[in-house]
Design a protein around this ligand. Structure first.
Ligand code: COA
Length: 330
Protein backbone atom coordinates (compact mmCIF):
# COMPACT_ATOMS: atom_id res chain seq x y z
CA UNK A 1 0.00 0.00 0.00
CA UNK A 2 1.38 3.41 -1.01
CA UNK A 3 0.27 6.96 -0.26
CA UNK A 4 -0.88 8.93 -3.29
CA UNK A 5 -1.55 12.60 -4.01
CA UNK A 6 -5.05 12.17 -5.45
CA UNK A 7 -6.05 15.76 -6.09
CA UNK A 8 -5.01 19.38 -5.79
CA UNK A 9 -6.87 22.67 -5.31
CA UNK A 10 -5.95 26.28 -4.62
CA UNK A 11 -7.38 29.69 -3.96
CA UNK A 12 -5.87 33.13 -4.50
CA UNK A 13 -7.65 36.22 -3.14
CA UNK A 14 -8.75 38.64 -5.88
CA UNK A 15 -6.97 41.80 -4.65
CA UNK A 16 -3.62 42.33 -6.38
CA UNK A 17 -0.78 44.25 -4.73
CA UNK A 18 1.67 45.06 -7.53
CA UNK A 19 5.23 46.30 -7.29
CA UNK A 20 3.89 49.67 -8.46
CA UNK A 21 1.54 49.82 -5.47
CA UNK A 22 4.53 49.06 -3.21
CA UNK A 23 6.48 51.91 -4.81
CA UNK A 24 3.88 54.22 -3.23
CA UNK A 25 4.25 52.58 0.18
CA UNK A 26 8.03 52.15 0.70
CA UNK A 27 11.31 53.29 -0.86
CA UNK A 28 11.57 50.67 -3.61
CA UNK A 29 10.98 50.20 -7.32
CA UNK A 30 9.33 47.69 -9.59
CA UNK A 31 12.68 47.22 -11.32
CA UNK A 32 14.55 46.47 -8.06
CA UNK A 33 11.96 43.98 -6.83
CA UNK A 34 11.72 42.14 -10.13
CA UNK A 35 15.48 41.97 -10.59
CA UNK A 36 16.18 40.70 -7.06
CA UNK A 37 13.19 38.40 -6.61
CA UNK A 38 11.30 37.83 -9.89
CA UNK A 39 8.10 39.00 -8.17
CA UNK A 40 5.76 41.35 -10.05
CA UNK A 41 2.66 41.14 -7.87
CA UNK A 42 1.09 39.24 -4.97
CA UNK A 43 -2.46 38.66 -3.69
CA UNK A 44 -3.82 40.16 -0.49
CA UNK A 45 -6.84 38.78 1.37
CA UNK A 46 -9.67 41.14 2.30
CA UNK A 47 -10.27 42.29 5.88
CA UNK A 48 -13.20 39.85 6.08
CA UNK A 49 -11.13 36.84 4.98
CA UNK A 50 -9.12 34.89 7.56
CA UNK A 51 -6.57 32.17 6.75
CA UNK A 52 -9.25 29.50 7.27
CA UNK A 53 -11.50 31.11 4.62
CA UNK A 54 -8.72 30.84 2.04
CA UNK A 55 -8.09 27.25 3.14
CA UNK A 56 -11.76 26.30 2.83
CA UNK A 57 -11.90 27.48 -0.80
CA UNK A 58 -8.80 25.45 -1.71
CA UNK A 59 -10.08 22.41 0.21
CA UNK A 60 -13.45 22.42 -1.57
CA UNK A 61 -11.69 22.20 -4.94
CA UNK A 62 -9.36 19.41 -3.80
CA UNK A 63 -12.26 17.38 -2.36
CA UNK A 64 -14.32 17.78 -5.53
CA UNK A 65 -11.42 16.79 -7.78
CA UNK A 66 -10.65 13.72 -5.64
CA UNK A 67 -14.18 12.51 -6.32
CA UNK A 68 -14.78 11.65 -2.67
CA UNK A 69 -17.49 12.72 -0.26
CA UNK A 70 -16.26 14.98 2.53
CA UNK A 71 -17.54 12.36 4.98
CA UNK A 72 -14.76 10.03 3.74
CA UNK A 73 -12.03 12.37 5.05
CA UNK A 74 -10.57 11.00 8.27
CA UNK A 75 -7.76 13.47 9.01
CA UNK A 76 -7.26 17.20 8.39
CA UNK A 77 -3.87 18.86 8.74
CA UNK A 78 -3.24 22.54 8.12
CA UNK A 79 0.21 24.06 7.73
CA UNK A 80 0.29 27.78 8.41
CA UNK A 81 2.38 30.49 10.03
CA UNK A 82 -0.58 32.88 10.02
CA UNK A 83 -3.27 30.91 11.88
CA UNK A 84 -6.70 32.44 12.52
CA UNK A 85 -5.92 32.38 16.25
CA UNK A 86 -2.54 32.39 17.96
CA UNK A 87 -3.10 29.29 20.11
CA UNK A 88 -6.52 27.76 19.77
CA UNK A 89 -8.61 26.63 18.11
CA UNK A 90 -6.26 25.41 15.40
CA UNK A 91 -6.92 26.62 11.86
CA UNK A 92 -7.45 22.97 10.88
CA UNK A 93 -10.31 22.80 13.41
CA UNK A 94 -11.79 26.07 12.14
CA UNK A 95 -11.64 24.73 8.57
CA UNK A 96 -13.18 21.41 9.67
CA UNK A 97 -16.03 23.35 11.26
CA UNK A 98 -16.60 25.49 8.16
CA UNK A 99 -16.57 22.38 5.93
CA UNK A 100 -18.87 20.61 8.39
CA UNK A 101 -16.47 17.67 8.66
CA UNK A 102 -16.94 16.59 12.23
CA UNK A 103 -15.47 13.99 14.57
CA UNK A 104 -12.16 13.60 12.74
CA UNK A 105 -8.64 14.32 13.95
CA UNK A 106 -7.62 17.87 12.94
CA UNK A 107 -4.51 19.83 13.84
CA UNK A 108 -2.02 22.45 12.60
CA UNK A 109 1.67 22.08 12.01
CA UNK A 110 4.27 24.81 12.25
CA UNK A 111 7.12 24.45 9.77
CA UNK A 112 6.86 27.84 8.01
CA UNK A 113 7.33 27.62 4.24
CA UNK A 114 8.22 23.91 4.45
CA UNK A 115 4.81 23.14 5.94
CA UNK A 116 3.24 21.50 2.89
CA UNK A 117 6.04 19.00 2.28
CA UNK A 118 6.39 18.37 6.02
CA UNK A 119 2.73 17.40 6.31
CA UNK A 120 2.96 15.38 3.11
CA UNK A 121 5.48 13.17 4.91
CA UNK A 122 3.08 12.81 7.85
CA UNK A 123 0.21 11.93 5.51
CA UNK A 124 2.42 9.33 3.80
CA UNK A 125 3.11 7.68 7.16
CA UNK A 126 -0.57 7.74 8.22
CA UNK A 127 -1.69 6.16 4.92
CA UNK A 128 1.09 3.56 4.67
CA UNK A 129 0.53 2.45 8.26
CA UNK A 130 -3.17 1.97 7.46
CA UNK A 131 -4.22 4.39 10.21
CA UNK A 132 -6.04 6.80 7.85
CA UNK A 133 -7.66 6.51 4.40
CA UNK A 134 -8.33 10.01 3.05
CA UNK A 135 -6.35 12.93 4.39
CA UNK A 136 -7.04 16.58 3.63
CA UNK A 137 -3.89 18.70 3.66
CA UNK A 138 -4.17 22.48 3.56
CA UNK A 139 -1.38 25.03 3.30
CA UNK A 140 -3.01 28.41 3.91
CA UNK A 141 -1.61 31.84 4.69
CA UNK A 142 -2.94 35.33 5.31
CA UNK A 143 0.66 36.32 5.66
CA UNK A 144 -0.21 39.98 5.00
CA UNK A 145 -1.44 40.00 8.61
CA UNK A 146 2.12 39.36 9.80
CA UNK A 147 3.89 41.89 7.57
CA UNK A 148 5.10 45.38 8.43
CA UNK A 149 4.25 47.36 5.29
CA UNK A 150 6.90 49.94 6.18
CA UNK A 151 9.69 47.30 6.05
CA UNK A 152 10.86 47.07 2.44
CA UNK A 153 13.03 44.05 3.25
CA UNK A 154 9.96 41.86 3.84
CA UNK A 155 6.80 43.50 2.47
CA UNK A 156 7.88 43.06 -1.15
CA UNK A 157 8.21 39.29 -0.81
CA UNK A 158 5.06 37.81 0.67
CA UNK A 159 1.48 37.24 -0.45
CA UNK A 160 -1.70 35.46 0.64
CA UNK A 161 -3.23 32.27 -0.69
CA UNK A 162 -4.06 28.64 -0.03
CA UNK A 163 -3.52 25.23 -1.57
CA UNK A 164 -4.98 21.85 -0.62
CA UNK A 165 -4.56 18.20 -1.52
CA UNK A 166 -6.23 14.89 -0.80
CA UNK A 167 -3.85 12.06 0.06
CA UNK A 168 -5.26 8.55 -0.25
CA UNK A 169 -4.03 5.01 -0.76
CA UNK A 170 -2.97 3.18 -3.93
CA UNK A 171 -1.44 -0.18 -4.78
CA UNK A 172 0.15 1.32 -7.88
CA UNK A 173 3.67 2.64 -7.32
CA UNK A 174 3.36 4.70 -10.51
CA UNK A 175 0.84 6.93 -8.70
CA UNK A 176 2.64 7.06 -5.36
CA UNK A 177 4.53 9.51 -3.18
CA UNK A 178 7.95 7.89 -3.60
CA UNK A 179 10.11 9.59 -1.00
CA UNK A 180 10.29 12.65 1.23
CA UNK A 181 13.25 14.22 3.00
CA UNK A 182 12.40 16.75 5.67
CA UNK A 183 14.89 18.38 8.00
CA UNK A 184 15.61 21.39 10.21
CA UNK A 185 18.42 23.34 11.83
CA UNK A 186 17.26 25.45 14.77
CA UNK A 187 20.55 27.34 15.01
CA UNK A 188 19.32 29.61 12.20
CA UNK A 189 16.02 30.49 13.92
CA UNK A 190 16.78 34.17 14.47
CA UNK A 191 17.37 34.88 10.77
CA UNK A 192 13.66 34.55 9.95
CA UNK A 193 11.45 35.10 12.95
CA UNK A 194 8.23 36.60 14.28
CA UNK A 195 9.51 37.47 17.75
CA UNK A 196 6.41 38.88 19.43
CA UNK A 197 3.10 37.70 20.87
CA UNK A 198 4.34 34.23 21.82
CA UNK A 199 5.40 33.15 25.32
CA UNK A 200 8.83 34.78 25.01
CA UNK A 201 7.52 38.30 24.33
CA UNK A 202 3.80 38.13 25.17
CA UNK A 203 1.54 40.61 23.45
CA UNK A 204 1.80 43.95 25.20
CA UNK A 205 1.80 47.59 24.16
CA UNK A 206 5.62 47.48 24.23
CA UNK A 207 5.70 44.39 21.96
CA UNK A 208 3.39 46.11 19.50
CA UNK A 209 5.22 49.46 19.68
CA UNK A 210 8.46 47.61 18.82
CA UNK A 211 6.64 45.83 15.94
CA UNK A 212 7.72 42.45 17.29
CA UNK A 213 4.48 40.91 16.01
CA UNK A 214 5.75 41.19 12.44
CA UNK A 215 8.08 38.95 10.41
CA UNK A 216 11.74 39.97 10.75
CA UNK A 217 14.26 38.65 8.28
CA UNK A 218 17.95 38.89 7.47
CA UNK A 219 17.28 38.36 3.77
CA UNK A 220 20.82 38.07 2.56
CA UNK A 221 21.75 35.37 5.09
CA UNK A 222 18.52 33.46 4.43
CA UNK A 223 19.25 33.57 0.73
CA UNK A 224 22.73 32.04 1.08
CA UNK A 225 21.65 29.17 3.34
CA UNK A 226 18.57 28.48 1.20
CA UNK A 227 20.53 28.04 -2.04
CA UNK A 228 23.15 25.78 -0.44
CA UNK A 229 20.69 23.65 1.53
CA UNK A 230 18.17 23.21 -1.28
CA UNK A 231 20.77 22.24 -3.86
CA UNK A 232 22.32 19.62 -1.56
CA UNK A 233 18.92 18.28 -0.50
CA UNK A 234 17.62 17.89 -4.05
CA UNK A 235 20.80 16.14 -5.21
CA UNK A 236 20.54 13.86 -2.18
CA UNK A 237 16.94 12.75 -2.72
CA UNK A 238 17.55 12.06 -6.43
CA UNK A 239 20.69 10.02 -5.64
CA UNK A 240 19.06 8.03 -2.86
CA UNK A 241 16.20 7.07 -5.18
CA UNK A 242 18.46 6.35 -8.14
CA UNK A 243 16.60 8.91 -10.22
CA UNK A 244 18.33 11.13 -12.74
CA UNK A 245 17.19 14.76 -13.01
CA UNK A 246 16.21 14.04 -16.64
CA UNK A 247 13.53 11.58 -15.41
CA UNK A 248 11.72 14.32 -13.46
CA UNK A 249 8.69 15.67 -15.36
CA UNK A 250 8.07 18.76 -13.21
CA UNK A 251 10.41 20.61 -10.88
CA UNK A 252 8.09 22.42 -8.44
CA UNK A 253 10.13 24.51 -6.00
CA UNK A 254 8.98 26.77 -3.18
CA UNK A 255 8.23 30.11 -4.81
CA UNK A 256 10.24 32.44 -2.57
CA UNK A 257 12.59 34.09 -5.01
CA UNK A 258 13.27 33.43 -8.68
CA UNK A 259 17.01 33.73 -8.10
CA UNK A 260 16.96 30.94 -5.47
CA UNK A 261 14.92 28.72 -7.83
CA UNK A 262 17.25 29.53 -10.71
CA UNK A 263 20.39 28.70 -8.71
CA UNK A 264 19.04 25.23 -7.80
CA UNK A 265 17.62 24.63 -11.28
CA UNK A 266 20.88 25.54 -13.01
CA UNK A 267 22.95 23.36 -10.70
CA UNK A 268 20.73 20.37 -11.49
CA UNK A 269 20.45 21.23 -15.16
CA UNK A 270 16.65 21.15 -15.17
CA UNK A 271 15.15 22.66 -18.32
CA UNK A 272 13.23 25.82 -17.52
CA UNK A 273 10.18 24.36 -19.35
CA UNK A 274 10.00 21.63 -16.70
CA UNK A 275 10.14 24.15 -13.86
CA UNK A 276 6.86 25.45 -12.48
CA UNK A 277 7.04 29.18 -11.73
CA UNK A 278 4.33 31.19 -10.00
CA UNK A 279 6.57 33.53 -8.01
CA UNK A 280 5.94 36.46 -10.38
CA UNK A 281 2.21 36.52 -9.74
CA UNK A 282 1.85 35.28 -6.14
CA UNK A 283 5.19 36.07 -4.43
CA UNK A 284 6.03 33.89 -1.43
CA UNK A 285 2.83 32.39 0.03
CA UNK A 286 4.78 30.23 2.51
CA UNK A 287 2.99 26.93 3.26
CA UNK A 288 0.58 27.57 0.37
CA UNK A 289 3.34 28.09 -2.16
CA UNK A 290 3.94 24.51 -3.36
CA UNK A 291 0.30 23.37 -3.56
CA UNK A 292 -0.61 26.63 -5.36
CA UNK A 293 2.18 25.96 -7.86
CA UNK A 294 1.09 22.33 -8.38
CA UNK A 295 -2.47 23.57 -8.87
CA UNK A 296 -1.44 26.18 -11.46
CA UNK A 297 0.44 23.56 -13.49
CA UNK A 298 -2.49 21.13 -13.12
CA UNK A 299 -5.03 23.70 -14.31
CA UNK A 300 -2.80 24.54 -17.28
CA UNK A 301 -2.98 20.84 -18.22
CA UNK A 302 0.74 20.33 -17.66
CA UNK A 303 0.47 17.62 -14.99
CA UNK A 304 -0.92 14.18 -15.87
CA UNK A 305 -1.46 11.04 -13.81
CA UNK A 306 1.83 9.26 -13.15
CA UNK A 307 4.01 12.32 -13.87
CA UNK A 308 7.03 12.58 -11.58
CA UNK A 309 7.15 15.82 -9.61
CA UNK A 310 10.18 16.97 -7.61
CA UNK A 311 9.17 19.34 -4.81
CA UNK A 312 11.64 21.35 -2.77
CA UNK A 313 11.12 23.92 -0.08
CA UNK A 314 12.85 25.99 2.55
CA UNK A 315 11.60 28.17 5.41
CA UNK A 316 11.90 29.67 8.86
CA UNK A 317 13.27 27.44 11.58
CA UNK A 318 15.23 26.79 9.39
CA UNK A 319 13.25 23.96 7.92
CA UNK A 320 13.65 22.39 4.51
CA UNK A 321 12.24 19.43 2.63
CA UNK A 322 12.11 17.78 -0.75
CA UNK A 323 9.83 15.12 -2.18
CA UNK A 324 9.52 12.84 -5.19
CA UNK A 325 5.84 12.46 -5.95
CA UNK A 326 4.08 10.73 -8.83
CA UNK A 327 0.80 12.54 -9.44
CA UNK A 328 -2.08 10.23 -8.56
CA UNK A 329 -4.99 12.42 -9.68
CA UNK A 330 -7.07 12.47 -12.84
N1 COA B 1 13.92 48.07 -2.54
C1 COA B 1 15.05 48.73 -2.78
N2 COA B 1 16.19 48.53 -2.10
C2 COA B 1 16.16 47.59 -1.14
C3 COA B 1 15.02 46.85 -0.82
C4 COA B 1 13.85 47.13 -1.57
N3 COA B 1 12.69 46.48 -1.36
N4 COA B 1 15.29 45.98 0.16
C5 COA B 1 16.58 46.17 0.48
N5 COA B 1 17.11 47.15 -0.30
C6 COA B 1 18.47 47.66 -0.30
C7 COA B 1 19.19 47.42 1.01
O1 COA B 1 18.88 48.42 1.95
C8 COA B 1 20.62 47.48 0.57
O2 COA B 1 21.01 48.82 0.44
P1 COA B 1 22.48 49.30 0.84
O3 COA B 1 23.42 48.52 -0.06
O4 COA B 1 22.43 50.77 0.57
O5 COA B 1 22.63 48.94 2.29
C9 COA B 1 20.61 46.87 -0.82
O6 COA B 1 19.24 46.97 -1.26
C10 COA B 1 21.03 45.42 -0.85
O7 COA B 1 20.37 44.73 0.21
P2 COA B 1 20.43 43.19 0.36
O8 COA B 1 19.61 42.77 1.55
O9 COA B 1 21.88 42.75 0.32
O10 COA B 1 19.71 42.73 -1.01
P3 COA B 1 19.60 41.31 -1.62
O11 COA B 1 20.17 41.29 -2.96
O12 COA B 1 20.04 40.25 -0.65
O13 COA B 1 18.02 41.18 -1.82
C11 COA B 1 16.22 40.04 -0.75
C12 COA B 1 17.17 41.23 -0.68
C13 COA B 1 15.34 40.08 0.50
C14 COA B 1 15.36 40.20 -1.99
C15 COA B 1 17.03 38.72 -0.81
O14 COA B 1 18.02 38.73 0.19
C16 COA B 1 16.18 37.50 -0.62
O15 COA B 1 15.29 37.23 -1.40
N6 COA B 1 16.50 36.70 0.40
C17 COA B 1 15.75 35.47 0.65
C18 COA B 1 14.51 35.82 1.39
C19 COA B 1 13.54 34.69 1.39
O16 COA B 1 13.33 34.04 0.40
N7 COA B 1 12.90 34.51 2.55
C20 COA B 1 11.90 33.53 2.70
C21 COA B 1 12.51 32.17 2.80
S1 COA B 1 11.25 31.01 2.85
Amino acid sequence: MYASLKSIGAYAPSRILSNFHLEEMVETSDEWIEKRTGIKERRIASAEEATSDLGVQAALKAIERAGIAKEEIDLIICATLSPDYLCMPSTACVIAGKLDINNVMAFDISAACSGFVYMLSMAKAFIESGMKKNILLIGAEKISSMIDYTDRGTCILFGDGAGAAIIGATENKNEAILDIHASADGRYGDLLITPGCGSKYPCSQETLDNKLNYIKMQGNEVYKVAVKTLTNDVIDILEKNNIDASQVDHFIPHQANFRIIEAVRAKLNFPIEKTVLTVAKYGNTSAASIPMAINDAYEEGRIKKGDLMLLDTFGGGFTWASALVRFGGQ
